[in-house]
Structures are given as structure tokens and as C-alpha cells.
Design a protein around this ligand. Sequence first.
Ligand code: ADP
Ligand code: ZN
Length: 438
Amino acid sequence: MNGKYWNEKIETMPAEELKKYQLKKLKEQVKNCYENSIFYKKKFDSVGLKPENVRSLEDLQKIPFTVKNDLRDNYPFGMVAAKSDEIVEIHASSGTTGNPIISAYTQNDMDIWQELMARSIYTTGGRQQDVIHIAYGYGLFTGGLGFHYGAQKVGAKIIPASGGMTQRQIKLMKDLGATILACTPSFAVYLAETMVQEGVDPRKDLKLKSGMFGAEPWSDKIRERIEKEFGIEAFDVYGLTELCGPGVSIECSEHKGMHIWEDHFIVETIDPDTGEVLPAGEEGELVFTTLTKTGLPMLRYRTRDISKIETEKCKCGRTHTRMMRVHGRSDDMLIVRGVNVFPSQIEYAVMCFSELATQYLIVLDRPGALDTFLVKVELSEQAAKNPQLDKNALKNSIQQRIHIVTGLTADVEIVKPGEIPRTEGKAKRVLDLRKGKM
Ligand code: ADP
Ligand code: ZN
């Protein structure tokens, strides 16, 4: 395979044809859920819905939502639609929020996951001659193995580094000639920082050409920094355990959102408070329906991820709908002094200052009646060495910027480089000490 697309016919299928294909698959999926999943049979019966009532894509809206708690309440196999011995692999969510959620894959599901990851890697320019350094965690988390399976299908050389041992990873990236880096954006930033400390120049000493970063929210400002520091092209990649793991959507080289692989998923956006379906282009919670999964199919699964979708055809030629950057989950949203704030808004404010490193920490507390709102930021190595730096002026500017972005006045504390703890997986940006004081 040497062209622009991994699967040209599917990726560039005219929208109308794609819709017809989706409807055919949706009918099959609905029937399968009703006949083989006790959970879905009950759900359909509770609203008097029969599979044959789903005759158009719009009819999807007749099906009640599936939520995270359904998976928890029916743990481990209550929602499975396949026979026990058809399940060949199980993964679990990284547990950033609440109990783990498991995903049970049949061989069909594994094949599709691998195909979609291969398609995603290929879309970002990954080819057989590439060396892909996978620093997403291996194990139950879908990140490491998801990339692994996809890279295997592309035929690339795989370095299954997983998380941890940062210095060792840098040495391996250098010595083994990594051309693609796959990890969380926060780990990429950490790698870049550590390289500088180790005297490795990521632009000169490495052969990296691109990176596939996802599994957590990140901003265009972080992208700019990663691209500049490594001298690479950065791609956003999205997925969740409940749908397969990574491989749900991928950014193309136009960098105008991530193409959702619509031959396997239907996406809707809803108002997270009312459940009302929103038109394309409006920001809301993403809801996905799987079209081809047989182990743990999901009908109208509420992701809690806030984004918006773009149905205009992309310049890359792919016809599949795009989703814009995920700002965060509705459950990540903080309410500070009655105002809604996403950590990504703070990140945006922090990233506007070249004197600051990319780490930050939001500390919330409620010692009395009012919330305290502290944003800890770190000086960059360079700024820390600058004797002329006016820290007070910098602090005021950061405060102002946070105020512009959120409408709130934050306390800002500027700390030395390296003082805010780093993580090797998904970053932890919020320390909420108000819990139990509400
Ligand atoms: P957990 O829910 O425990 O974190 P997962 O590993 O399944 O488990 O994580 C999936 C979630 O990670 C998504 O629902 C989303 O909130 C977040 N995520 C994944 N990819 C991205 C991305 N590219 N941008 C923003 N958030 C992402
Ligand atoms: Zn595109």
C-alpha cells in the first residue's frame, strides 16, 4: 500500500453512500443487540421498541442512551452480546473517573480495532518503513496495545516502550531511530524536557517526523510547543475503551479536526443537560453508536466528552465527519465560585506565556464559605536563568489572562522548573481539596 489512503473506497465514500451503508449496519447492530444482549433487550422493552422500528438513521433517536453507569452496574459481562467463549480479549479503562469499565472483544472486534488503528496510523503518514515508538501504557489500558496492533498491520517496526524509564526511552528513541512517537501529549512534553536536561537535542539527535498524541485533552498551544521542540508534525488521536480504545477518530494532515471512522461508528452531539440532539457545528456531548461490534456493542453511548462535529467535506478527500478537539469531559468541568471552568481553559491561558513550562496545577479549596482558586505554574528553564525576569509583572499578566479566559480571579504561584509532579500516563491537572466541604 503506497497511496494516500489506507482504504480509499471507504475513506472517500460519498456521504450519501456512507449513510446507506451505516443504515444497513445499524439495523444489523440493533437486531444483534436485541437478540443477544439481555441489557439491550430490557432497554428496548422498557420503551416498547422493537428492532424493526429502527428503519432510518433518524430512528436511532428512539433508542434510549447508554451511560457509563450501565457498564458499571452490569459489570463484568451483563451487557455482552456474544457467547462467553467468543470473547478473546478484555481491556479496561484507565479508571481516571470511578470504577474501571471493561471492554470485551470478540475476534471480529479485534480485527476491526486493528484495521482502524492501521488506518489511523496510515492517515498520519505512518508507513511500513517507519519506526514507531509506542510510549502509551501497555496492559489493560487500550493505548499501548491499540497502537501496537495497528502498527503491526501497517508493517512498521515497533518499539513497545510503554510508560516509565524516561531516560531509557530517550536512549532507545535515539539509538533505534524512532520516526513516529505515540504517547499522551503530557508525556511528550515531559520527554522533551528530559531530553534537554540529558543534553539530547530532539530536533537534531532524533529522526522523528511525527507524533500521535491523545488519550487526554490538549490544546493547540501545546501542539505548537511539541511541534517546535521536536521538529515534528503532531496529530490528535481519539478513542475510548467503551468503543474499542484509540482508533475511533484521527486527525488528517489538514489539522482541522479528527475524522470519525463512520463505517464503524455513528456520532451524535447532544445537550448534556437535556439530552436533546444538537445540529452539526454546535458544541455538546458526543454520543456514539457502534455499527460492527459484536462483543460489547454500544447503542447511543454517552461519552461525557464535549466537542462539536463538522460535516463539511475535508480537503484531504476523506468524507467521514470530523470532531473538533475535545475540551474535556463534562465530569472534568469544575465549578469555581459558581462559574464553569474547564482545565483546558487554564491550559490555554498558561500556554500563552513563553516564560512558562507546559506543566500547571489547579488547586481548589474551601477553607471558609468561598472557594480558593490557585493556579500553580512553572518557569521554563530559560526564564529561570534570566536575571531580568520580573516575576511580579509576569504573575499579574497570567492573572489577567486567566481572568479574560474564565472570568475568575485566580491566585497564581510561579514555581521553579520541575517542581510540579509529572505523570507518565494521563496528566493530573486538578487538586480539588473541596471534596467533603461542599
Ligand atoms: P478513562 O475514562 O479511565 O480515562 P479511557 O482510557 O477509555 O479511560 O479514556 C478515554 C477518554 O480519554 C475519552 O473519553 C476522553 O475523555 C479522553 N480522550 C481520549 N482521547 C482524547 C483526545 N484526543 N483528546 C481529548 N480527550 C481524549
Ligand atoms: Zn481530512
